[in-house]
Design a protein. Structure first.
Length: 223
């Protein structure tokens, strides 16, 4: 089966990109730059009316698959031998716990308030408050993540590298990008991120997107 992943460099689509490489899937990449506004243009909306990345086009399916958690689970299940989605019920639930929380709360709400306050309020007078609130809740989330990872578990879900890890890496990059002092604030997470970044699939995906995990250039306004 062949897939096409629509991605924007450094966006959450990076997690899907990494997982496609990890499992050894046959896939094509289509660049749709969020920064250039390509996701809101008519040609792209005809492919994904949600106007977001990543959608995954799947051979034989008339409609693209959207929502990163669904894509990660779908790809992992297509390649069960990779155990990127763990087999045990509790471990699987822990893996889904990470990806749903990051997607629904940290990405959509926290970074949404920071980077896209206009989504939460059309009144520009509210945007400064939303941006500040976004930074506050992101800081809380980072502390929460660090507290979990500091128990010596080695990976996001104790027991092995799973689909949660690339998503945790995306969040690590974004946190660097908004100027969070990640190595001092989140040492265990920093260690995990460098371990993930050393994997050949991750090296290839980062090189392909032309990015690093340090994301040294601090841009507080958008990905
Ligand atoms: N719930 C969606 C969120 C996807 C999303 O917000 N992607 C961002 C990039 S990280 C995007 O496409 N933003 C484009 C925009 O806001 O115009 C998912 O999990 O796939």
């Amino acid at each position: 089966m062949t897939y096409t992943l629509y991605y924007s460099p450094s966006a959450c689509s990076l997690a899907a990109h990494i997982v496609l490489r990890e499992v050894g899937a046959k896939f094509n990449l289509e660049l749709v730059s969020v920064r250039d506004g390509a996701t809101s243009q008519a040609p792209y909306l005809a492919i994904n009316p949600k106007g977001r990345v990543p959608p995954l086009a799947i051979e034989g399916e008339s409609r693209v698959l959207t929502e990163l958690p669904a894509i990660l689970v779908f790809v992992a299940r297509q390649f069960p031998e990779t155990t990127l989605l763990p087999a045990g019920l509790m471990q699987e639930a822990r893996c889904l716990e990470w990806i749903t929380w990051i997607s629904v709360w940290v990405h959509s709400v926290d970074f949404g308030w920071l980077w896209r306050p206009g989504r939460s309020s059309r009144d520009g007078a509210h945007h400064e408050t939303l941006t500040k609130q976004g930074l506050d809740v992101i800081t809380d989330a980072l502390k929460d993540i660090e507290a979990q990872l500091a128990d010596g578990r080695g990976w996001a879900v104790p027991g092995g590298y799973r689909i949660a890890d690339p998503f945790v890496l995306v969040l690590y990059r974004w946190s660097n990008r908004i100027g969070m002092p990640m190595s001092s604030l989140c040492p265990a997470w920093t260690e995990l991120s460098y371990r993930i970044a050393a994997r050949s699939a991750v090296v290839a995906a980062l090189n392909c997107e032309g990015i690093t995990i340090e994301a040294r250039q601090v841009i507080a306004t958008s990905i």
